[in-house]
Ligand binder design. Structure first.
Ligand code: ZN
Length: 113
């Protein structure tokens, strides 16, 4: 499962920060997950649960901020929400846009006890 390596990566980032800040127990981790980041939030939650065992995150609460993907049409400058990478501009029906957000996959904040 792809999400498991993502979860392990997240845990490594948190552990590294915890070491720098001399934190012993992490109580909460906030993660930004974009809707086109390639990660399924439910799967990531499950993977985090498994991967956090026996780490300083063992009892941490995982808070996920789902960030809806947004794109800007290169033809008419219309900004619209997209569900997946292959969407058309609802205004002019073109398939030429740049992604504004939605690819996020990062640790936003950590809280320690
Ligand atoms: Zn357009």
């Amino acid at each position: 499962m792809h999400e498991l390596s993502v979860a392990q990566n997240i845990i490594e980032i948190v552990e590294e920060n915890a070491r720098k800040l001399k934190l012993k127990i992490i109580s909460e981790v906030e993660i930004d997950v974009g809707t086109i980041s390639g990660v399924v939030p439910e799967n990531l939650e499950f993977a985090m649960d498994v991967a956090m065992k026996d780490t300083i995150l063992e009892n941490a609460k995982i808070k996920m901020n789902i960030i809806k993907a947004k794109a800007k049409c290169l033809k008419c400058a219309n900004e619209f929400e997209i569900e997946e990478m292959y969407s058309l501009c609802p205004k002019c029906n073109r398939f030429e846009f740049e992604i504004i957000n939605g690819k996020e996959l990062k640790v936003k904040s950590i809280k320690a006890e």
